[in-house]
Design a protein around this ligand. Structure first.
Ligand code: SF4
Ligand code: SF4
Length: 107
């Protein structure tokens, strides 16, 4: 499974459900209120569109052994006009990569 949902942070806003190319995310009404859930985690190909859409850092991308991640967790947030990707290693060590979206696709 690539995507994990931190239900304590999810507001049920639905923004992530509108960008998933596989239509894998849905909002469900439950005891905790409106929360996002993933329909079929095996079908997620890890495009990270949902992470970039969530303003509450409720989505986490799990970097499993299959892609050399050794169980690290990656999160996303926009800050100072930059896209900030934070990777937390199993040891607790954190690494931050800032990308300027204005120049990300320039070659
Ligand atoms: S990572 Fe991509 S495919 Fe997977 S749930 Fe998010 S938007 Fe959908
Ligand atoms: S965008 Fe974030 S807060 Fe909104 S429904 Fe999706 S996971 Fe929850």
């Amino acid at each position: 499974m690539s995507i994990r949902i931190d239900k304590s942070k999810c507001t049920g806003c639905g923004a992530c459900t509108r960008v998933c190319p596989g239509n894998l995310l849905q909002i469900k009404e439950g005891n905790e209120g409106r929360k996002c859930s993933i329909r079929c985690s095996q079908d997620c190909w890890g495009c990270c569109s949902c992470l970039k859409e969530c303003r509450f850092q409720a989505l986490q991308f799990f970097l499993g052994a299959d892609i050399g991640g050794r169980g690290a967790i990656m999160t996303f947030r926009k800050t100072r006009g930059l896209n900030e990707w934070e990777v937390t290693l199993p040891s607790g060590e954190r690494k931050i990569v800032d990308i300027d979206p204005g120049s990300a696709n320039k070659y």
